[in-house]
Every structure is written in C-alpha cells, then in structure tokens.
Design a protein. Sequence first.
Length: 210
Amino acid sequence: MKALIALEDGTIFEGQSFTGAGEAVGEIVFNTSMSGYQEVLTDPSYTGQIVTMTYPLIGNYGIALEDMESAAIHPMAFLVKEYNRFPSNFRSTRPLADFLKEFGVLGVEGFDTRALVKHIRTAGAMKGIVSTEDLDPQSLIARANKWSGLIGQDMVKRVTCDEPYGWSNNLPVPGSNFTTAQKDLANPLKVVAFDFGVKFNQLRILTEKG
C-alpha cells in the first residue's frame, strides 16, 4: 500500500505501508542503532515523534516480551528501509508488523531512509506527516505545517502510569503498592521511582542494586 511522507519544508518521500492503512503526524527524528528496534519503539521519550531507522533491515528477530522498555509503543509512526516479514529468533513471539498493528502505529518501508536522515540531520528535526489515505503532496505539506508541534505540550501525561505498581521478575506488577514492592526486596526500600516516562531497564537496574 502506497504511503507518502511529507516534511514541513516541502520534502516528500514515497514508500509502502507494511501495517495497512493509516496516518500519523509528528516530529520526524532518526535513530542509528544497529539493533534494538523494539526498545526504541517502547521508549517513552519518543512520544509524539515519527522515528526513522538508519539500519537498512528491521524486523529480522521479531518481538520478545522481555525486551519491552514500557507497556506500549510510543512513536506515532515507524519508518524503515526494508521490513523483514519472516523473523528468525527463538525468543520471538510475533513479527514486528503485528506488534505495530496492536498499538495502531503505522509502519512504512521501501524508501531511502538515509536520505531522509541526512536531510533532517542538516535541517534539524521538523514536523512531518505520514499517510496512506491522503496522497496529495501539497495537502500533506500544508497539514504538516499546520500541526502545532511538540513545543509546549504536556507529554508526561501521555506516558506516566495511572496508579502505583510494583516490580517483580523483570516485569511490572499492576495494582501493587509500595509496601508489597518492599517485601519483594532483600533490602529495605530506599528509592521511590516516579514514573514520568521511566524505561523498564531503569527499574531492572534499581532492583538489581537492591
């Protein structure tokens, strides 16, 4: 399915959606990691952004529960050079596309991601829109410019938790309170982590340190 990527400065890229129809508006940014796409997707700091991966092949080892950095996907869309539909990893529980679809996140492949990265590396992160529904370049450019952007937005309320939770066996324990969490530790609780978009690995490290 054809998809267009439009930047606020008028730059256009054409690709193909590998997650079906959809549309997303956000700040276009990039990530140069050679692996760890699942960690990138579940990193709360990418909330409100459209992430472009520079590594050319994404999805080759699927999705594993223990690699989550939060309970959800945070980027508005995910842009890659080539999506691997057939992951090979004994830890994998499902393909990347299924993971994106679960959270309603648009995935696009089949365009020169490094050209996009080179452009925003020079011009800076900018507003953009990705769509399979509106394929009029001028319309998309206008809509990208009309978007208010991230400056001044309260992003914390979009990534924080609704209630306290505990941490056990490298996973959050919903509904747990601080007293329960303390009983699970060998040492008295010395640190309270306020979740304004914390990554799970930070909680893993705190737990390892007692």
